[in-house]
Design a binder for this molecule. Structure first.
Ligand SMILES: Cc1ncc(COP(=O)(O)O)c(C=O)c1O
Length: 407
């Protein structure tokens, strides 16, 4: 465990803005120097169009790109590198599954089950697919604390349920779903499970073979890596049966006037010039996380979450949404302040150098299900510290007074 990797001074942004209190980590994380240097090194010494050239520099670029794929495979414990598809982000990965798997294997009258806690990126592709195919979109509801039960899933599944789309950690509530149990129930019913790991993969060990999910998606930028690189994991036997999503260069084997045959996995799903620099950055991010270790990350984030949660609960006008246990929030605390609109909350925090997120957090159905239109969210990362949390709490204490209330 390399605890010095927890420190903020590994992150150039905090040198640029020494007073910044960055508490919007679920939206995107800041980048460590090492990740920036890895990307810079790639463009300085390894850049050519990967997978194409027969000259040395292109071979280097290919090795850098495919080396990143190998690192991702090991990170999420996939069986085979062919199961790792690089995309732009989690949203694109989900669209790929909906367009390719969905349009091939979901038909009129079939049911698609989606949890009510999904980010819009794991909802809209299924809504669109259901409309196009005449399939039925159904919702699995959570209780007021954001918990989903395996029994509720079991009774929501029918012989027509072809696919269940569910997040491992809600971006609104921070609650972890029992994905392994969900997958077992789905498979016993012949249902494919698509897991959104955008908020879990950066914060906890994820083993796709142990979970036995059919698909898992995540974004590099939420786990220290650059924007523009994302991952789709899919079981090989499913990916092999799926048609390409995007078409063009590099995803083919042979093209004639009449048609084409496609490249083997994973390249069948990676049309056009790839984001090799982004993939190299993702590999450096994975190396950073591995060196630091999830034990250190989880310990640090849990301690900060508890501190923040306990201090927030001392303020009677602050209402935390979701579980009443800090250990069920995984660094995400979403709240409402009596009499103050979330946009005003974020505005006042910004004036004190504290970055928090206000609005619907791309989870409008969950907001409505819980009785809110919009809220404010604090999301922590391992490089935050106690001072960040206490500065946020100080802001929360003066918030209502600055809006003209007595307390
Ligand atoms: C749970 C969850 N899923 C999907 C996404 C979409 O990620 P991206 O915008 O990187 O595609 C997000 C982004 O906030 C998220 O929190």
């Amino acid at each position: 465990m390399a605890t010095d990797l927890l420190a903020k001074d590994n992150f150039p942004v905090f040198r640029e803005y020494p007073d910044l209190v960055y508490l919007d980590n679920s939206a995107t994380q800041q980048k460590p120097r090492r990740v920036m240097e890895a990307v810079e090194q790639y463009y300085r010494a390894e850049n050519a169009n990967p997978l194409r050239g027969l000259y040395d520099l292109s071979v280097k670029a290919t090795e850098a790109y495919e080396g990143a794929r190998a690192a991702v495979r090991a990170f999420i414990h996939a069986h085979d590198e062919a199961e790792i598809i690089f995309t732009r982000n989690a949203s694109e990965s989900l669209n790929l599954v909906a367009y390719s798997y969905g349009r091939t294997f979901i038909h009129e009258g079939d049911e698609i089950l989606v949890s009510i806690a999904e980010h819009h990126s794991n909802l809209l592709p299924w809504q669109i697919l259901a409309k196009e195919k005449g399939a039925v979109l159904k919702y699995l509801e959570c209780d007021k604390q954001g918990a989903f039960s395996v029994e509720a899933l079991q009774s929501a599944l029918t012989e027509k349920t072809r696919l269940f789309a569910v997040t491992q950690i809600s971006n609104l509530l921070g609650r972890v779903n029992p994905i392994k149990e969900f997958a077992a129930v789905c498979h016993a019913n012949g249902t494919v499970i698509v897991c959104d790991g955008a908020q879990s993969v950066p914060h906890m060990p994820v083993d796709v073979q142990e979970l036995d999910v059919d698909f898992l998606v995540f974004s590099g930028h939420k786990m220290l890596a650059p924007m523009g690189i994302g991952v789709l994991y899919g079981k090989k036997e499913l990916l092999e049966r799926m048609p390409p999503f995007l078409s063009g260069g590099e995803m083919i084997e042979y093209v004639t006037r009449e048609g084409a045959t496609y490249a083997p996995l994973p390249h069948k799903f990676e049309a056009g010039t790839v984001n090799a620099g982004g993939a190299v950055g993702l590999r450096a991010a994975i190396d950073y996380i591995n060196e630091l270790g999830f034990a250190a990350i989880e310990q640090r984030e849990a301690a900060l979450t508890k501190l923040c949660f306990d201090e927030m609960r001392k303020l009677p006008y602050v209402h935390i949404i979701g579980s009443d246990k800090p250990e069920e929030h995984c660094g995400i605390i979403t709240f409402d302040v009596d009499g103050v609109h979330p946009h005003d909350v974020a505005y006042i925090f910004n004036s004190r150098g504290v970055a928090v997120r206000a609005g619907h957090h791309c989870a409008q159905p969950l907001h409505r299900h819980l009785g809110y239109m919009s809220t404010t969210r604090v999301s922590l990362a391992f490089y935050n510290d106690e001072q960040d949390v206490m500065q946020f709490i100080e802001g929360l204490k003066i918030l209502r007074r600055s809006m003209g209330y007595n307390e």
